[in-house]
Write a protein that binds this ligand. Structure first.
Ligand code: PLP
Length: 280
């Protein structure tokens, strides 16, 4: 069974290579998505592709023709991969040309799609939660676009690991924004507090599900407001939300311990039910 299936610029290939002269390599001039599939059924695919297209439009990168055939390409890739749980990584770069900050006209975007086996987080993490360090959010001002400029995220996650923590929680001007690859929610009473949707965070698809589907279903009130770092000791609990983490409870932020309440586990179960309804 292949470990990964690659579809690069229109062809399935075993020998995936990108030329050095790609603006994705030189400038991180590219956007990406990570989509999950279960039983060979991708979920929230339309939402991921819409976000990808919006990023391309915002950055003035041409929309590659493959996006119009994405359902068929992914279906074929998932059959080739033949796994129960898989991830689909799509990256689109502005194109290939000799290194120059100013891009040339009519560049053909590079289209990369990689499907591979996905290993969900261990049950004990999903049940007992994870620890987070606080890290200054030094990312650029358009975190609403899912670009591959992920060095600040990588460094923050490395720092967390060094300190024996699971991940890092970004803060900017004293306000919590999000984690390195997920949205942050705090719980206070029956309120779910999360950063307002603006250019400071990614418009997460899991976040949208929590806000629009799960919170109304379970009777939580959504409060989209800046949460200040000094408020952390006063919250009742917290969780991360994202495609790869699902709903992941937080049990510690720096040295503040947090309870993994039944409420968080109910939100997690509600999310898993949504996925099962789509993929079973
Ligand atoms: C910075 C950041 N925030 C939030 C998310 C969660 O987004 P989604 O729920 O769409 O996976 C991600 C996912 O990659 C991310 O990188």
């Amino acid at each position: 069974m292949p470990k990964a299936v690659y579809f690069i610029d229109g062809k399935f290939t075993e020998d995936a290579k990108i030329p050095v002269d790609d603006r994705g390599l030189y400038f991180a001039d590219s956007v990406y998505e990570v989509i999950r599939a279960k039983n060979k059924r991708p979920y929230f695919l339309e939402e991921h592709i819409e976000r990808l297209k919006r990023g391309l439009l915002e950055l003035g990168i041409k929309i590659p023709v493959y996006l119009t055939q994405i359902d068929e390409i992914i279906a074929k890739a998932l059959v080739r991969l033949n796994e129960d749980e898989s991830s689909i990584y799509i990256q689109i770069t502005r194109g290939k040309e000799q290194r120059s900050h100013l891009p040339g006209h009519n560049l053909e975007p590079t289209f990369i799609l990689i499907t591979s086996k996905f290993k969900p987080l261990a049950d004990n993490l999903l049940k007992n939660g994870v620890s987070l360090i606080l890290h200054e959010d030094i990312r650029w001002g358009r975190c609403d676009i899912k670009t591959t400029m992920l060095l600040p995220n990588v460094i923050a996650k490395m720092k967390a690991k060094e300190k024996g923590y699971f991940d890092a929680l970004f803060y900017k001007n004293g306000v919590i924004t999000e984690s390195t690859s997920s949205t942050f929610f705090a719980i206070k009473g029956n309120e779910l507090i999360t950063h307002p949707r603006d250019t400071g965070i990614l418009p997460s698809i899991t976040r949208k599900n929590v806000i629009e589907v799960i919170a109304p279903q379970l009777g939580f009130k959504i409060i989209e407001r800046p949460l200040r770092v000094e408020e952390i000791p006063d919250i009742d609990g917290a969780f991360l939300a994202g495609t790869t983490y699902d709903i992941l409870p937080v049990n510690k932020i720096e040295d503040v311990s947090l309870q993994v309440s039944d409420a968080i586990l109910e939100i997690q179960s509600a999310y898993f039910r949504i996925i099962s309804d789509i993929t079973d």
